[in-house]
Write a protein that binds this ligand. Structure first.
Ligand code: 6GU
Length: 243
């Protein structure tokens, strides 16, 4: 899978060569292109922003450099992702959808965002997703793009080993959809007077799976009650949550 990123801060993307993503790139599963938007600015100062029509604070990114850049980087099979706090929520499900694509292009806005005609124009050329990673405001899309690339990459076949199956993850479509994961433990069995739950040492896979789902339900009820409304609860689940 190929990722191209267009930004005025290419240096934000050095982490792509580290850790899981760097290894996946070395193994030929992923490839990354990081491009400086100013390479497509035409004036002497390589200007990429201007004052907003209608007035108000801040600056808006000009459409012309974005048009030149995207005309060069997009292909008919690309999906264009635009990070913005006004986008639809980036979720595990969206990550899975993006992981099925073979070319993602990320357009990182800074300042007050990118002139809206850029998204309007490219919507009739490729699939365009304006996505937000949460209800808070970042200085620009760069960090959000790192978040999205990491979440998408680990769903690309081969990037994770089989041992690190993604089906048990929090929010994974299926058994864990709309649930956060419960607690996890490793050795030693006792630490500072705290014991590992006996069931996890029982070797009884059925009981362990049931316990893990129960703990996921309890934790979701405590920390993310709004998610629980979307979980199909059976009578066992209901009794558990009442206790
Ligand atoms: Cl995707 N971009 C920016 N700039 N801020 C955000 C965001 C994205 N998601 C939440 N806040």
């Amino acid at each position: 899978m190929r990722f191209d990123i267009i930004t005025i801060f290419p240096e934000y993307f050095t982490p792509l060569s580290a850790s899981l993503l760097g290894k996946a790139r070395d193994r030929g599963l992923l490839s990354f292109g990081v491009h400086d938007l100013r390479d497509w600015a035409y004036d002497r100062h390589r200007t990429v922003d201007d004052t907003p029509y209608g007035g108000g604070p801040g600056m808006v990114m000009k459409p012309e450099p974005w048009g030149q850049a995207l005309d060069d980087v997009l292909t008919p099979r690309s999906r264009l992702v635009v990070p913005t706090p006004s986008g639809r929520p980036f979720t595990q499900r969206v990550a899975g959808e993006l992981a099925a694509s073979d070319h993602l292009v990320f357009a990182c806005g800074r300042y007050e965002g990118i002139d809206s005609r850029v998204m309007a124009h490219y919507s009739s050329v490729v699939e365009v997703d304006e996505l937000s990673i949460g209800d808070y405001v970042l200085a620009g899309g760069e960090v959000a793009v790192l978040v999205m690339i990491e979440a998408v990459s680990r769903l690309v076949p081969g990037v994770l080993g089989n041992a690190e199956s993604v089906s048990d993850d929090s929010f994974a479509p299926g058994r864990m959809e709309h649930l956060v994961e419960g607690p996890v433990y490793t050795k030693p069995p006792q630490w500072r007077g705290l014991a590992v739950p006996d069931v996890l040492k029982s070797g009884h896979h059925g009981r362990i799976a049931r316990w893990r789902r129960d703990e996921a339900l309890r934790r979701t009820a405590a920390r993310r009650p709004e998610l629980l409304e979307r979980v199909e609860l059976d009578s066992h689940d209901r009794r558990l949550l009442e206790s």
